[in-house]
Ligand binder design. Structure first.
Ligand code: THU
Length: 158
């Protein structure tokens, strides 16, 4: 195994990431939408974590491919990512992450590159910062808050 096998540089691992994303897409559980999606996340640890969409008869409980891949990575101990590759069966359009997935990816860093592919493996690459401008994130919670009479504004207690 060469050094590039453990690289966290997406440009070195891109073909592999697309392959893994296409492979996991075959495991999609999408009987309702019939719209399989695969995602492969490259961790700063150089490991690739994959996920497919998993739907539910209670439709809103559906889990997107990207969120599945991210939650798998986090539960395996990896919380920093350099890239997320997304694949679908769309012939003429790239697959773009939904708003909820952008928010979840943003939770772990705005600099991750998102590769939104077409079925011919061509792609558009944008960073999370570009995909979620003015996003609310972990830093937002830490910003200075208004103080009234030396204390934060109390919430209404029932
Ligand atoms: N879906 C994803 O998994 N990722 C995306 O980027 C867009 C949409 C899934 C959710 C649902 O199972 C199906 O695609 C149709 O919305």
């Amino acid at each position: 195994m060469g050094d590039s096998d453990h690289s966290s540089d997406p440009s070195v691992r891109l073909e592999e990431l697309i392959d893994e994303s296409v492979k996991v897409k075959r495991r999609a559980y999408c009987p309702y939408s019939k719209f399989p999606v695969g995602a492969a996340v490259l961790g700063c640890d150089g490991r690739i974590y994959t996920g497919c969409n998993v739907e539910c008869a209670v439709y809103p409980l559906t889990m997107c491919a990207e969120r599945n891949a991210i939650t798998k990575a986090v539960s395996e101990g990896c919380k920093k990512f350099t890239a997320v590759v997304i694949t679908s069966d769309l012939k003429n359009s790239i697959i773009t992450p939904c708003g909820a997935c952008r928010q979840i990816i943003a939770e772990f860093g705005m600099d991750a590159e998102v590769y939104m592919t077409k079925s011919d493996r061509s792609y558009t690459k944008l960073t999370l910062r570009e995909l979620l401008p003015l996003g609310f994130g972990p830093d937002s919670l830490q910003e200075e808050k208004i103080i009234v009479n030396g204390a934060p504004i109390p919430t209404i207690q029932q």
